[in-house]
Design a protein around this ligand. Structure first.
Ligand SMILES: [Zn+2]
Length: 190
């Protein structure tokens, strides 16, 4: 996986640029349009966090905790530009792991225009209590006003809406928990 994403071109870093965001601080913006499902960026997972217990709260903002394709829990330092992707309660991007290569690809939930800020929902694929809570300024109509918790503590409507956006390793690892929510995906994608 490290080798596959060693080259900057291969993970398509040029698809995004980092600049000031209306949501929070700096954000990652689309340098080209994307259609629904298009690959936006390959996440660089090559830099593991050696000892999470030694991190300061400030450092913890820039780590990613996720279930990898092999089912293991991984903690990595987030790299640019993905570390600048802000939260939105109506995200236009999500993570889909290639189960063969293990590469985590950020893909478009819906059509993205050049210049749009790329956003994901910090609660998707998350099972731990997220650091925070912090107030949300994503500006979406269904804004939850506060960013906190994880997938399992989301309001039911969000859990249902996000079912199609959950990553396969997360779904496998938490199959029982997800099943117990008794959700159906009848309302389709977000
Ligand atoms: Zn919001």
């Amino acid at each position: 996986m490290r080798r596959m994403l060693g080259g900057d071109l291969e993970r398509k870093s040029g698809n995004l640029s980092v600049r000031g965001s209306r949501i929070h601080g700096q954000g990652a913006f689309a340098e080209r349009p994307f259609a629904q499902g298009d690959v936006i960026l390959g996440i660089d997972d090559s830099d593991p966090v050696a000892d999470r217990s030694k991190l300061t709260p400030q450092q913890s903002i820039f780590i990613d905790v996720f279930v990898a394709a092999d089912g293991s829990e991984k903690t990595t330092w987030m790299k640019s530009p993905e570390k600048f992707i802000n939260h939105s309660c109506e995200p236009n991007a999500y993570v889909l792991t290639d189960m063969r290569s293990g590469v985590r690809w950020i893909r478009a939930v819906k059509t993205v225009a050049r210049g749009d800020e790329i956003t994901w929902d910090y609660a998707i694929n998350i099972w731990e209590e997220w650091i925070g809570p912090v107030s949300c300024r994503c500006g979406s109509e269904t804004c939850r006003r506060i960013v906190q918790g994880n997938y399992f503590t989301l309001p039911r409507e969000f859990q249902r809406r996000y079912l199609p956006l959950l990553d396969e390793p997360f779904m496998r690892r938490f199959a029982k928990e997800i099943e117990s929510l008794h959700l159906t995906a009848e309302h389709g994608t977000a």
